[in-house]
Design a protein around this ligand. Structure first.
Ligand code: GLY
Ligand code: MN
Ligand code: MN
Length: 440
């Protein structure tokens, strides 16, 4: 980790949060990582996911019960939790937390909360960000963060610091190493399960560390947008693979999709290459658009042209768009903000105070409606799919070439997804940079 860059990130966060606190009449904030809970009637628990607002500071996911406090004008403080335990290995304080924060280590949650409350005793108004506070943290000066304060922090998370960009570039590297191994496993005839095992092994991630459950769909399974199973047996015939899988680095996510078709001469292989060109064209056109809604509309135009060129629809591209035929083949959004969460917060905020810009009525799945601005990282993930339930709704439509659709149904569909950083001049494609590096 680049210490200087991390320190600069913490300084930027301290300045941003201090402004937000002041603007909302708080002089301090308490951010609780949260705690896990058992499944119903069980003594097992899901993987712990910490409050992302604390992760942005401490970049360590093994932080159950930990609390960060910040008083305006003072160094941020971390209360770390390390219980004596011989059933599970307690997480020790990461060295970057010990060296960059005022840090206290506690062995019980009760003591941690009491120490935290004591350290805030001189504050007039503390904003609480996290799950329900315990009794020790409910004194009169601690108030749940207002909606305005929360939305200001969420809005700000879209603009990445240089340190966050480094993390996200490395997260793309993690994912890309997995993708290369997964591709090779597919061409070797592996099952979905074994392709995923190859992905996990090459990206050095266990299943519960993934940013999201990988989507590994062979053949028709590629038409289920978030296909969630892993067949342990290979199919009788391998035709196509859609793999949507990411990686993490210092808690930051990547979200990457590739689609492969077995035989380069096949009509469907040409179609995959065409969707890949479409995706790259979109990325190159980003600087021409003011808002992500415009980029999404442009995607529909390009999807319409692709459908016409490949004789999947028989009318003009503009008519395919007007008749909403593109929605049948492309039912999801062109992308979303990416960061500490795969679908990062704040995608529908039109200003920092919480005004919401909902997606256009026609495109309810669009997760990002904001202006496109430098330092944002988002995904660009167009796709074209052959989804039986959507096609059935359009059954008999005269402008759909049904015999061509029948030909492509057994391949499921195509999605190509990269993670893109907007710069003041142009864009950086973090995912393609990682592929280039890994394949050179
Ligand atoms: N992996 C989920 C998505 O692409 O949004
Ligand atoms: Mn995505
Ligand atoms: Mn994805």
């Amino acid at each position: 980790m680049n210490e200087e860059s991390y320190q600069a990130h913490l300084d930027a966060l301290t300045a941003e949060w201090s402004d937000v606190l002041e603007e909302n009449d708080f002089d301090s904030v308490l951010v609780a990582a949260g705690k896990n809970s058992y499944y119903y009637a069980d003594d097992q628990e899901p993987t712990f996911h910490a409050n992302p607002h604390i992760l942005r500071w401490i970049i360590e996911e093994k932080c159950e019960h930990c609390i960060l406090t910040l008083k305006i004008g003072e160094k941020p403080h971390v209360h770390w939790f390390t219980p004596p335990d011989y059933w599970y290995l307690p997480s020790s304080t990461p060295k970057w937390v010990a060296s960059n924060f005022d840090c206290q280590v506690h062995t019980t949650v009760d003591r941690l909360h009491k120490a935290c409350a004591e350290s805030l005793a001189g504050s007039h108004r503390t904003a609480y960000i996290g799950q329900e506070p315990s009794a020790h943290l409910t004194h009169q000066n601690i108030h749940s963060a207002s909606a305005k304060l929360s939305s200001q922090l969420d809005y700000g998370r879209a603009y990445k610091t240089p340190f966050e960009i480094e993390c996200m570039s490395n997260a793309s590297g993690v994912g890309v190493r997995g993708h290369i191994a997964a591709r090779d496993a597919f061409f070797d005839g592996a099952s979905e399960f074994d392709i995923h095992a190859a992905y996990l092994s090459a990206s050095r991630q266990s299943y519960h560390e993934l940013p999201y459950p990988s989507i590994v769909g062979i053949n028709e399974h590629a038409s289920t947008l978030h296909y969630q199973h892993y067949d342990t047996e290979p199919p009788a015939q391998h035709r196509s693979l859609l793999i949507d899988a990411g990686g993490k680095y210092n808690c930051y996510h990547s979200d990457i999709t590739r689609t492969y078709s077995l035989d380069a001469d096949l009509d469907f292989s040409r179609f995959v290459r065409r969707v890949e060109e479409l995706q790259q064209q979109l990325v190159s056109e980003i600087p021409e658009f003011q808002s992500f809604v415009e980029l999404h509309e442009r995607t529909h135009q390009l999807v319409a042209e692709t459908l016409v060129d490949h004789k999947l629809v028989l009318c003009s591209p503009s008519s395919a768009y007007e008749q909403e035929l593109t929605d049948i083949f492309y039912p999801h959004g062109t992308g979303h903000l990416l960061g500490l969460q795969t679908h990062d917060v704040g995608g529908h905020l039109s200003d920092r105070d919480g005004t919401v810009a909902n997606p256009p009525e026609r495109f309810p799945s669009l997760r990002l409606t904001r202006r496109i601005e430098p330092s944002m990282v988002f995904t660009v993930e167009p796709g074209i799919y052959f989804i039986p339930i959507l096609l059935r709704e359009a059954a008999g439509h005269k402008d759909i070439n049904w015999s061509k659709v029948e030909q492509f149904l057994p391949y499921g569909g195509v999605r190509i997804e990269d993670n893109v950083l907007v710069e003041s001049e142009g864009v950086r494609n973090l995912t393609r940079e990682a592929f280039q590096f890994e394949l050179s």
